[in-house]
Design a protein around this ligand. Structure first.
Ligand SMILES: Nc1ncnc2c1ncn2[C@@H]1O[C@H](COP(=O)(O)OP(=O)(O)OP(=O)(O)O)[C@@H](O)[C@H]1O
Ligand SMILES: [Mg+2]
Length: 318
């Protein structure tokens, strides 16, 4: 593979479930790959939604879910199950950093050219990620490793950043150690949110919780994982008054306060390209394709994601 300088790493984060993190991660990654960039999608959510989407549910179950479950049925084979996770999933990248080993296999663990796109790769997740909290906590107390710096160390160990222009990390709906590791390893992060009261009011909490990790990264090498912006997702067609008010008044006001208080990057924005609620998302998912290669009639929403992907790049480079 041709070598790139060093990938821009971007995490898609929100502690709230079902706000469109995975859909955004897959489709933005796909748009960039479609435009010629080398893109790696990293699934760090134990639910493995991005993996089942883009690697296809059938392949994911056949290669990961079923063999691990089979091995776990007989307790003797617990090592066999764990080995699959170490050799072929994102769990292995964390594992190698903790154990100072090189068990993760680039050849078997990076799935190439997915979703009909030559330049879109994926490192799948497994439910073993649920065990990491414990492993990380133990390693940080016994080996003096920073509990946030494990993923970053693993990516460097396997020289993964050299092969890509962009790495997008699809995070789980929580702010536990795996998500905080994703942020620590990132240059930027993006928050998708639904424009409703609960999601909007959760934002200050989210932004504040991330500060500790950002500070620790600055202490390490001066790099600050920056908020690029907020993606508004699943907007209903007939915007109700209250939704309009969240979008046009409360949210911009909130972002301005974050910027003023220096909690986020001064260029952080609410992206102009918002994502409407549409069944077309589901149609493309069922086909295991991102919108840009889907055979379904999904032109309108695809165009939105295409413009959003461009808008994100512009925010990074201007
Ligand atoms: N714009 C949209 N219109 C309609 N449905 C959508 C849209 N975006 C996402 N969905 C659907 O909403 C569900 C949740 O989306 P998605 O998995 O992307 O959210 P998530 O934030 O990653 O969820 P989780 O927190 O569980 O990881 C999925 O079934 C997806 O197909
Ligand atoms: Mg998800």
């Amino acid at each position: 593979m041709e070598k790139c300088d060093s990938a821009k790493v971007i995490s898609i984060i929100n502690w709230k479930g079902g706000v469109g993190k995975t859909t955004c991660a897959v489709n933005i990654a796909a748009e960039w790959a479609d435009r010629g960039s080398n893109v790696l999608l990293m699934d760090v959510d134990a639910q493995a939604s991005a993996s089942a989407y883009i690697y296809t549910e059938e392949m994911y179950k056949g290669e990961y879910y079923n063999p691990i479950l089979e091995a776990l049925k007989s307790r003797r084979d617990e090592d066999v199950a764990k080995n699959i996770a170490i050799k072929k999933s994102i769990f292995g990248i964390f594992w190698d950093a903790i154990k100072d080993d090189m068990q993760f296999s680039i050849e078997n663990g990076i799935k190439k050219s997915l979703g009909g796109l030559r330049k879109l790769d994926l490192i799948p997740s497994t439910f073993y990620l649920n065990e990491l909290e414990q492993d990380i906590t133990t390693a940080s107390s016994s080996q003096g490793l920073s509990p946030f710096n494990i993923l970053r160390l693993g990516l460097n160990k396997h020289k993964i950043l050299e092969d890509y222009n962009y790495i997008l990390i699809d995070c789980p709906p929580n702010l536990n150690l795996v998500t905080l590791n994703a942020l620590f390893a990132s240059d930027y992060y993006i928050i998708p949110t639904i424009p409703d009261q609960l999601s909007t009011l959760g934002l200050p909490l989210l932004i504040r919780r991330l500060q500790t990790v950002k500070k620790r990264r600055i202490e390490l090498d001066g790099k600050d994982p920056k908020l690029l912006g907020i993606i508004l997702t699943k907007i209903s067609h007939q915007l109700r008054g209250i939704q309009t008010s969240w979008i046009e008044v409360q949210l911009p006001w909130m972002l301005e306060r974050f910027i003023e208080d220096k909690l986020v990057w001064e260029k952080a924005k609410i992206f102009e390209n918002t994502i409407k609620e549409t069944v077309d998302i589901q149609k493309a998912m069922e086909e295991s394709k991102p919108l840009c290669t889907s055979k379904q009639k999904t032109k309108e929403i695809r165009t939105r994601y295409q413009s959003l992907a461009k808008e994100i790049i512009q925010t990074i480079f201007t």
